[in-house]
Design a protein around this ligand. Structure first.
Ligand SMILES: [Zn+2]
Length: 135
């Protein structure tokens, strides 16, 4: 399975959490937000749903030849993370050696600097996932 690099978003601090939507018809949790529920095709307005940010590694791949702008981080591991609430999202892993990543490893979201772009040094933040700290 191939895994793409997570889309990076410029977020305000108060948005440093995973916000998706919950279908009012069937309760399906969606991330990212979309217009039509993939479970029941309901297209009514879907209220925001804040995800816990916890999940586990569903699959992963280590990137040795990153796209322009990401070279500083290479090699790094990109994982498909299955959230507690069900959705799968793609994100870079952090705070873990690439060799130590395992399928099923519990992870949690954290916000980190993703890259610096352009001559003005625009810093882009986004979410990554790190191993869950022992409770
Ligand atoms: Zn639905």
């Amino acid at each position: 399975m191939s895994v793409e690099i997570a889309r990076h978003w410029r977020l305000n601090p108060q948005r440093y959490q995973l916000v998706g939507e919950e279908c009012p018809h069937c309760g399906h949790k969606m991330f990212p937000p979309r217009d039509v529920c993939p479970e029941c095709a309901d297209n009514s307005h879907q209220p925001e749903f804040k995800f816990s940010g916890r999940g586990e590694v569903f699959s992963y791949s280590t990137v040795y030849n990153p796209p322009e702008g990401y070279e500083d981080n290479a090699p790094y591991t990109v994982a498909l993370v299955k959230l507690e609430e069900g959705p799968l999202i793609t994100a870079q892993l952090t705070d873990v050696r690439n060799d130590d990543v395992q399928i099923g490893m519990p992870v949690e979201m954290t916000t980190r600097k993703i890259t610096t772009q352009g001559d003005e040094g625009l810093v882009i933040y986004g979410y990554k996932f790190r191993p869950q700290l022992a409770a």
